[in-house]
Design a protein around this ligand. Sequence first.
Ligand SMILES: *Cc1c(COP(=O)(O)O)cnc(C)c1O
Length: 351
Amino acid sequence: MTLIERLARPELLSMTPYQSARRIGGTGDVWLNANESPFANNEPGYNRYPEFQPTALVENYARYSGVKESQLLASRGADEAIELLIRTFCVPGKDSITICTPTYGMYAISAATCDVAVNKVPLTPDWQLDPQLTDKLNGSSLLFICNPNNPTGSTLTPSQIEPIIAALSDDCIVVVDEAYIEFSPELTMASLIEKYDNLVILRTLSKAFGLAGLRCGFMLANDNIIDLAKKVIAPYPISAPVGDIASNALTLDGVKQMETQVKELNALGYSFFDEISKLHGVNSVYHSGANFVLVRFNDDSWFKKLGDAGIVVRNQSHVETLQYCLRFSIGSDSEMKKLTDTLIRISDSFK
Ligand SMILES: *Cc1c(COP(=O)(O)O)cnc(C)c1O
């Protein structure tokens, strides 16, 4: 048995995926196989079920990410891909996932909704992986590593992650969540999919591509994992308008626009970092490889003071090891100016 066959939920291996009308397909010019309406009341074609995986979308994302089309699954956001992985590889009430905390909250929530246990291995105080991580998995089928990490913004190099994937090649699937990878493109591990059967990469259009409202993400992995996930995902996961808008965003021009905007946001992030590092009451500003910055203040009052000024940020103070921390997304030039001015004003009150 291969690693993937051993780790997959046993009932999935022999299961035939739901045979939707679209999947069975056919040729002809009279389509009466899917109980669709003949009336196209909205856009032409919207009366028909969409393709299981829109061809143009998969082609464009494969080109952008450098993997083969068969190594890709488009999903309703990376969030759906997280849930699909748990539903594909974890037996409820029996299996577990491992996460490196503090990290993105949905891994634990998705696991909980599937009755799957969560094994937490905290990051070191400078947000690096625990040096003994591979010995602390407690038999988990999935290890989630978020890079760049949310909410810390911290980054790991591929040379730090690759030995873990190699060491676990007989034991566990390593899921590298690259939701923010466009802000640190040199860190991507997409090219290692060819080399490791136990590597999965998660991507999204919600962050750098500016399409959070669209709900479109991707799972990148070898065919054996993608084929299993295709058995678990809903029959028509990508709606026709989403497929159309997303494939447009991934044309060469669309990618170029994203890259220009990433440069602008990264520059705004660096100036924000410099400007607030020197303020009274700011204890630490953490280096970030993503489009947000985590800041530790001297007390819990800053969140409310920012809120009173009409600035909504993410309070992380309740998260273990993140006391007095706020996470700031990098917004437009004028939004960052207003944020910085307000932080300076609050800071002056501590002098
Ligand atoms: C935003 C985010 C996601 C979710 O992405 P969607 O495609 O919007 O579902 C996944 N992982 C991390 C680390 C994120 O920050």
